[in-house]
Ligand binder design. Structure first.
Ligand SMILES: [Zn+2]
Length: 216
């Protein structure tokens, strides 16, 4: 199974904790929440905007994408300190096309799908995906909304998309790698959960952080 979807459903938290990439995805979600607030402070360009779907992909730290720090929140199982983590992140959002007009994001050439934007920005910086420790060829992506049908196909293999998934040949032999995609809200259908996401994005930073830590 190249792509495995995991929903941050509060009712499933206990089972989710045992699933691959849970803590990594949770840290990525927390950093998305902070990245949004940084954006509000320092202006566009840091990869997250309001009224958009946020995404982050775990990558091996390098000069461009330096190691993330532990945020000062109490995540069960993770130390509450500011020491560097073993992984970094590239961010993306569904309004990156708008952001890109103001601040050029290398390797990004349009599109409105948060998960693709994050992956293409990371690949353009020549960043490698971060493998879950002890799980070779298992990778982690966080995206607020469940990937749409096209993005699911794009993540999984070659498609007719204008820009192919640049990591397909780097993740390991096809059929032997697994992409753990963690999301919080369902996409499409009646749009109810998309509206929930927009409301959540507009809430205060501390409310978002506490929600992620306690309920996701
Ligand atoms: Zn999509």
């Amino acid at each position: 199974m190249p792509v495995v979807l995991h929903k941050f459903d509060p009712a499933q938290q206990q089972q989710n904790q045992a699933s691959p990439g849970y803590l990594i995805a949770k840290v990525l979600a927390l950093h998305c929440a902070d990245q949004y607030d940084l954006n509000q402070t320092f202006g566009v360009g840091s990869g997250i905007a309001a009224w958009s779907c946020w995404a982050a992909v775990a990558i091996t730290p390098n000069a461009v994408h330096q190691a993330l720090l532990h945020l000062q929140v109490n995540i069960p199982g993770a130390p509450a300190n500011f020491n560097p983590l073993a992984f970094s992140s590239a961010f993306g959002n569904s309004q990156m096309g708008t952001v890109n007009r103001t601040v050029n994001v290398p390797g990004f050439d349009g599109g409105a799908h948060a998960e693709r934007a994050a992956i293409r920005a990371a690949a353009a910086a020549n960043s490698a995906q971060y493998q879950i420790p002890g799980n070779p060829h298992h990778y982690v992506l966080f995206v607020q909304l469940e990937p749409c049908q096209h993005c699911h196909g794009w993540l999984t293999g070659p498609t007719r998309a204008r820009v192919a998934n640049p990591w397909l040949n780097r993740m390991g032999p096809h059929g032997q790698w697994t992409f753990h995609v963690w999301y919080r809200w369902f996409y499409g259908a009646n749009g109810f959960e998309t509206a929930q996401m927009a409301l959540w994005n507009a809430s205060q930073r501390h409310q978002r952080v506490i929600d992620i830590v306690q309920n996701w």
